[in-house]
Design a protein around this ligand. Structure first.
Ligand SMILES: NC(=O)C1=CN([C@@H]2O[C@H](COP(=O)(O)OP(=O)(O)OC[C@H]3O[C@@H](n4cnc5c(N)ncnc54)[C@H](O)[C@@H]3O)[C@@H](O)[C@H]2O)C=CC1
Ligand SMILES: CCCCC/C=C\C=C\C(=O)C/C=C\C/C=C\CCCC(=O)O
Length: 261
């Protein structure tokens, strides 16, 4: 997929991984709608992106992805403004083991809603031209960390939902490729939550173990995650792909064993 003139929507786009992919897309000539709930980081991000890529290239929406009506409006306004939608990246995510229901709501429920909204605007079923969706999971979907059980559960959920949806898209001829990305630790403000008792709850006491785990497995640069996303966006053969990105193996794919009866 050539990216000039393509239209992308990125949730959690103003910081960390979301910002890195937004910048990569803009560099290659795409136009990007950035959706973020944090007005401060969004303001800073907006200034930088408009300076670097021009005022018309990006759109900013202050929106909490858990607000269903607002999220619907954001997709509608993006399509109205740019004319259509080609790429949706459901990236917004949090770590909050204390308010764990919020973690499920942001990381899983809202990602499912984001996927359905993206399909509404891209699927051939709705008379649209197709596109690509990337859902952001984590290596936590493969690692069973005892210090982040609900976060881990949401990332397992994202993995399973996305694989099932990819097959639904193939079977239903939606014309939309749906893939999942599973990074290991990435150098973003999310990692700092291990020092926040109100986010870690009963697992706060394990923060040194988590720090040690980061040391053991390494911490990736967000630009590498953006590189992986760009590979998925550009490779038209990928649907249902599970891309892992780790310090030890770099960008690689998970291959499931075929099920036997
Ligand atoms: N940083 C890491 O080590 C890893 C992160 N991930 C996943 O990557 C995704 C992005 O994470 P990071 O960039 O690291 O986090 P981050 O905390 O640096 O950035 C997340 C962005 O999402 C926004 N956001 C959070 N809740 C939101 C909501 N309810 N509605 C709208 N926007 C919201 C934040 O304001 C922020 O701008 C998450 O899904 C995370 O679980 C996956 C593997 C590793
Ligand atoms: C509740 C505690 C959270 C603390 C850290 C915050 C965010 C973590 C984000 C992740 O998604 C990272 C998850 C897992 C990575 C773990 C190991 C990767 C090892 C991969 C390898 O090299 O084999």
């Amino acid at each position: 997929m050539a990216l000039t003139g393509r239209i992308a929507l990125v949730t959690g786009g103003a910081q960390g991984i979301g910002r890195a992919i937004s910048e990569a897309l803009l560099r290659e000539g795409a136009k990007v709608a950035l959706v973020d709930s944090n007005p401060e980081v969004a303001r800073e991000c907006r200034g930088r992106l408009e300076e670097a890529f021009g005022v018309g290239s990006s759109l900013f929406f202050e929106c909490d992805v858990t607000d269903w009506a607002k999220l619907q409006e954001v997709f509608r306004k993006t399509v109205k403004h740019f004319g259509h939608l080609d790429i949706a990246i459901n990236n917004a995510g949090i770590n909050n083991e204390k308010d764990w229901q919020k973690t499920i709501n942001v990381n899983l429920t809202s990602l499912i809603k984001g996927t359905y909204l993206a399909l509404e605007h891209m699927s051939r079923e709705n008379g649209k031209d197709g596109g690509v969706i990337i859902n952001v999971s984590s290596m936590a979907a493969f690692m069973h960390s005892p210090h982040m059980p609900v976060y881990t559960a949401t990332k397992y959920g994202v993995l399973g939902f996305t694989k099932a949806m990819a097959e639904a898209s193939a079977v239903g001829n939606f014309g939309v490729r749906i893939n999942v990305l599973c990074p290991a630790y990435v150098d973003t403000p999310l990692l700092q939550t291990i020092d926040e008792e109100d986010k870690m709850g009963r697992y706060f006491k394990y923060k040194e173990e988590l720090r040690q785990s980061m040391h053991t497995y390494g911490i990736l640069d967000p630009s590498l995650i953006a590189d992986g996303m760009m590979m998925i966006i550009k490779d038209g053969s990928l649907n249902g792909a599970v891309m892992k990105i780790t310090a030890s193996k770099g960008i690689h794919f998970q291959n499931d064993e075929p099920m036997s009866a």
